[in-house]
Design a protein around this ligand. Structure first.
Ligand code: FRU
Length: 504
């Protein structure tokens, strides 16, 4: 049954978007191929699902302005997770249980051909915020009706904070449904497990996992999936010393409702990645997408993004495909479908770099680069790959061959938000790959055998870039085994760009 209040709230939001979307599309900082809202604010990806032959992406959205505000769910569909078609908004705040903050993050599941969205209603109308878990159902995958029995989980069990109880992840195991929801007690993040026969009535099972002193005061956006016989639990902790995107590989004891961790890892080291969510692709493989943004509690957060002058704020990272390596650690590769966007290939020859070498290519602002370094033949202790963005701005990938670490430094690329992220670099001597995906306003660096990813915004208006390799000490050598550079086909701006951007 339709709900008129919800319909009206959706219409108001659509009207606001229709007034801005045309002018926003002209922004010079707009991404060429990453997912962005048509206008306004975006944060977490929500409800990622392959449903009736299409990928569905929902997202936290404030369509009325470029700041976070009462949350709506934006919606888009795609056949390859790269070319997205915007659909009407799926959810707008309209009910008492969502007054104030709106419809927070959640996930999607298919049941009897219908699409169910489980999300958090965040009500700030009373003296204390109340967060509860709610349901919306769609027959056609486009129009969603909020369940009249909402909220389906009104509060967490005793001892947990009802003002911080959010982001349900739902899945099916055997003939039962399970839901994981984040909360906190005694300033430690926790993930609470619920079970249900019908997605409507939920019973608390147990505290599936809880933070130790290093794992944060609150957890957000849990995800849980199986890969190669193991269970992976991913979450975004607030205030964890070890990272803001964590994953645990192990197994879930469904009888006890407890997760047993065998390996703890970081799913993205970069400053602009948070609230990752995964989905099972049509081919059975797992893909992961993050919001590329920051919250004020992150030390590198800055108020005011340059894109806000253009009427938009935020984008999502490139989808990554997940594998488990022999040691039970996650491997994150750019989605193979991205290769279809490669154009104008240029080979980087094998060479020994002494001092400094500028590559003879000037790719456009959207490019992909693979560089293989022969660490056995490299005698340099450290080296840099610098991407020159014009006007004295640049981005530096730092390779420390002795300390086995790799860093991404955007201090000179985005002056408002300084900082340098650091991740692992292969310990063994042999070939080490640096793989970069660069778009108009972002960089994603894959290294350490694709186990270390760094996502960062760069906000340069450059139309083409320079690439320089440099060894830390002039007498030492960096051995390049080879590489490739491609322009990435632009989905937003292709009409304006010609194919001669890359010159050899
Ligand atoms: C994570 C988060 C979620 C919440 C949403 C609100 O980025 O804080 O916990 O549901 O954003 O927009």
């Amino acid at each position: 049954m339709k709900n008129d209040t919800h319909e009206r709230a959706l219409k108001r939001a659509e009207n606001a978007l229709s007034k801005t979307r045309e002018s926003v599309a002209k922004g010079v900082l707009r991404q060429n191929w990453h997912f962005m809202p048509p206008a306004g604010w975006i944060n977490d990806p929500n409800g990622l699902i392959y449903y009736k032959g299409q990928y569905h992406l929902f997202y936290q959205h404030h369509p009325f302005c470029t700041q976070w505000g009462p949350m709506h769910w934006g919606h888009a569909v795609s056949s390859d997770m790269l070319h997205w078609e915007h659909l009407p908004l799926a959810l707008a705040p309209s009910e008492t249980y969502e007054r104030g903050n709106g419809c927070f993050s959640g996930t999607a599941i298919e049941k009897d051909g219908k699409l169910y969205l489980l999300y958090t209603g965040s009500d700030t109308s009373g003296p204390i915020r109340v967060q509860s878990q709610c349901l919306a159902i769609s027959e056609d995958g486009v129009h969603f009706v909020k369940y009249q029995g909402n909220p389906v989980i009104p509060m967490p069990p005793p001892g947990f904070d009802g003002a911080n109880f959010r982001d349900p992840k739902v899945w099916q195991h055997g003939d039962k449904y399970y839901l994981l929801c984040c909360s906190k007690r005694d300033e430690r993040g926790a993930a609470l497990l619920y079970g249900s026969e019908d997605l409507l009535n939920w019973q608390f099972v147990n505290v599936m996992d809880e933070a130790d002193e290093n794992q944060g005061s609150m957890w957000e956006c849990p995800d849980l999936f199986e890969i190669n016989g193991k269970t992976v639990f991913m979450f975004s902790p607030i205030g964890a010393r070890i990272g803001h995107n964590l994953y645990k590989v192990g197994y879930l004891d469904y009888v006890q409702g407890r997760f047993v961790c065998e390996h703890l890892g970081v799913s993205d080291y970069g400053p602009d990645s948070y609230a990752g969510q995964t989905l099972r692709q049509a081919n059975g493989k797992r893909a992961l997408i993050f919001w590329a943004g920051t919250w004020p509690w992150m030390p590198w957060h800055t108020d005011g993004f340059p894109t806000q002058n253009e009427g938009w704020c935020g984008y999502l990272t490139a989808p990554r495909e997940l594998e488990l390596d022999d040691l039970g650690r996650l491997v994150f590769r750019p989605l193979p479908a991205l290769e279809a966007l490669r154009q104008a290939p240029e080979a980087i020859p094998a060479m020994l770099v002494r001092d400094c070498y500028e590559l003879p290519f000037h790719p456009s602002s959207a490019f992909e680069m693979i560089l293989d370094i022969d660490t056995a033949a490299t005698c340099a202790k450290g080296a840099e790959l610098e991407i020159e963005l014009g006007e004295g701005r640049s981005l530096v990938v730092g390779m420390d061959f002795h300390g086995h670490s790799l860093s991404l430094n955007r201090t000179k690329a985005y002056e408002n938000s300084r900082g340098c992220s650091q991740g692992p670099w292969p310990e063994e001597r042999g070939l080490a790959r640096v793989h970069l995906l660069v778009d108009q306003s972002s960089v994603e660096l894959f290294a350490g055998g694709y186990r270390a990813v760094h996502s960062a915004s760069i906000f340069s208006a450059a139309q083409s870039v320079g690439i320089v390799l440099r060894v830390d000490h002039p007498k030492e050598k960096l051995a390049i085994a080879g590489g490739m550079i491609w322009r990435i086909k632009s989905m937003e701006k292709d009409a304006d760009v010609n194919d001669t951007d890359i010159c050899g």
